[in-house]
Design a protein around this ligand. Sequence first.
Ligand code: GRF
Length: 202
Amino acid sequence: MTRVRTAVLISGRGTNLKSLIDACADPKFPAEISLVISNVANAGGLDYAREAGIAFKVISHKDFASREEFDAAIDAALQQSNIQIVCLAGFMRILSDWFARRWDGRVLNIHPSLLPAFKGLNVHQQALDAGVQVAGCTVHFVVPELDSGPIIVQASVPVLPGDKAETLAARILEKEHKLYPAALAMVAEGKVKLENGRVVFA
Ligand code: GRF
C-alpha cells in the first residue's frame, strides 16, 4: 500500500501532531507523516517529530518580508518532500489566498469549535460567553477565509455547569485527538474530497 505523504504544520505544543503520528504508526493507516514544519523554533511539538524520527523544518515567518514570501518557502518545502496532504495543527499563521488556492482540497485544519460558530481565537471562552450547551471541534478543508472551509467531520461534547475555558478546552481536545486522524484517513483514502467548493463523500 502506498501511503499518502502528509505534512503537519504547527506553532506550539503539538498534541494534535502527536495524535496523527500515533495513528500513522499503524502500517495499515492510509497516510504517513513525512514532514513537520513549525514557524516557531522552540515549539514543543517538534519534540514529537524528533522522538518519532520524522523530518522537520523550522521556517520562521519573521525571516520573510511578506506573508507571500513565507508561504512560498512553506510551499517549496512541501514540494521538496513530495507532500500530498497538509494538516494544520495549531498553526498560528494565516495562509495567503495564493497558498490556499494552490493547495485547494489538500489542506485540512482542526478548529476547537462547532463551526461556523466561534471562529478565530479564544474559542472556548466565546462558547462559554454565548451560553451554548454543546461544544466541539471541526476538521475542515482550508479556504482563503479563516476557519470557513467546507466541513469534513465534527465531534461534540457537552458544556458542563461550572466549566471554565480550560476545562472545556481539555474535554474538546480529547475529541480532537480522535477526530483529526479519522478525518485524515478519510481524505487519504479518497472517501471525502473537495469538489467545486463543496465536500463530497464517496
Ligand atoms: C487545538 O485546540 C486546535 O484545535 C487548534 O489549536 C490547538 C492546537 O493544540 N487549532 P495542539 O498544538 O495540537 O496541542
